[in-house]
Design a protein around this ligand. Structure first.
Ligand code: FEO
Length: 395
């Protein structure tokens, strides 16, 4: 890799991680990822905005050196997570005059996670500005995108907003700008939003209000490409965080001996007749990212589970845990269950989704293989879902 120019003495000096397959040891990265860092050369001071994952420090240093940088005055740390902060210690070693500029909360995290000495910090408040000569950096606190300390930085003269995880996407690419590939990039950004940002929907609403009145030519996140048309990602986020849902049902299911599968298949057929989009996920082998994307705008989630070890199947419990943690804007939830001698699936799932604020529909609990009367209950559940979707005017 090499340093790439965005605009007037502003360069991307980050690194692509083409081969990374998992993030947080959980999220599959189908297209790798990038750790974006930006170098800003002012007439008086040089600034680095974020660094890169410690596994890529050497390449990162090469990129900085390719610009002939002999002095770094400020390292702005917008987020303490190590994929952005992990190379700060090496920068401080190579450029001992550099100070880490960040907020109080981030400073505490960096001291704890990276053992950076207190004397190395300059602490700033929300809205503060620093001048680097011919350029001015303004700090805008944007908490909970993704940790409580996350902030953005606005380079006023060049109208560039650096947002760290906010508006990011996990993709490795040597194309610096989004350019014409808007649809593909928004698809990746939706996956990233679903997996990482969705639980913080209400914080994102206030953060967008804080930045949307700025004049922005570029949004430069710390993962993925630079947005040369910022409106596309701001508008996509506004849609995802709104309370609007689609005429869609996400079905999370698993079947051991075919009973649950039989009911799920009937349910999908029923919904199809009602022109409701269905996205089924067999939890035997699920892609967490695809499931999360489906949850971004589904009106209804239906969980289909057999009974195992006197409870719901462990894979279903895992999916229910994720649903609860991701806090989607789902309006309706229902359970389809096949049991032998213990039918507590609905109660168990209810107990696992405490963050869900929508309506739980009557479950379909079936002893053994579904019989004619059981199939009628499935038909009735589909009809209930259709009526609920009509009530909220999406069907
Ligand atoms: Fe890309 Fe929350 O770190």
């Amino acid at each position: 890799m090499t340093a790439r120019k965005i605009k007037n003495d502003v360069f991307h000096v980050g690194v692509q991680d083409w081969d990374r397959e998992l993030f947080d040891e959980l999220i599959p990265l189908n297209e790798g990822t990038s750790y974006n860092s930006y170098f800003v050369k002012g007439s008086q001071k040089n600034v680095l905005i974020d660094t890169v994952d410690p596994s890529k420090t050497d390449l990162f240093i090469e990129n900085i050196k390719s610009l002939g940088v002999t002095k770094i005055d400020y390292v702005i740390s917008q987020h303490a997570e190590q994929d952005h902060s992990g190379s700060i210690p090496k920068i401080l070693e190579l450029y001992p005059e550099a100070k880490v500029v960040t907020n109080q909360k981030c400073k505490e995290f960096l001291k704890s996670l990276l053992l950076i000495d207190d004397s190395k910090f300059i602490t700033i408040n929300d809205g503060d500005e620093i001048s680097i000569g011919n350029k001015t950096l303004q700090f805008i606190f944007t908490p909970w995108v993704h940790w409580p300390e996350t902030m953005s930085t606005y380079l006023k003269e060049d109208k560039i907003l650096f947002t760290c995880d906010f508006f990011g996407s996990h993709v490795a690419s040597n194309e610096l700008f989004v350019g014409q590939k808007k649809e593909r990039v928004i698809e990746g950004a939706k996956r990233y939003y679903a997996e990482i940002m969705m639980p913080f929907r209400s914080s994102i609403k206030s953060n967008i209000k804080k930045i949307e009145n700025l004049e922005i030519d570029f949004i430069a996140p710390s993962h993925g490409q630079v947005y040369d048309e910022p409106d596309i990602i701001i508008n996509a986020y506004k849609n995802w965080i709104s309370d609007d849902v689609e005429n869609k049902v996400t079905v999370l299911y698993l079947s051991m001996h075919g009973s649950t599968k039989k009911m799920v298949e009937r349910f999908i057929d029923d919904l199809t007749k009602f022109n409701i989009v269905v996205e089924p996920f067999n939890l035997t082998n699920m892609d967490v990212g695809k499931l999360a994307i489906s949850l971004v705008d589904s009106a209804t989630v239906v969980v289909g589970t057999p009974t195992m070890l006197v409870g719901i199947h462990p894979n279903v419990a895992y999916a229910a845990y994720l649903f609860n943690a991701l806090r989607p804007k789902t309006k309706f939830l229902a359970v389809i269950n096949s049991y032998g001698w213990g039918g507590q699936a609905t109660e168990q799932i209810k107990g696992m989704v405490s963050s869900f604020k929508g309506e739980i529909l009557p479950p379909v609990m079936v002893n053994g293989y579904p019989k004619v009367e059981d199939i009628k209950m499935i038909d009735s559940l589909a009809e209930t879902v259709f009526k609920k979707h009509k009530e909220i005017r999406i069907a």
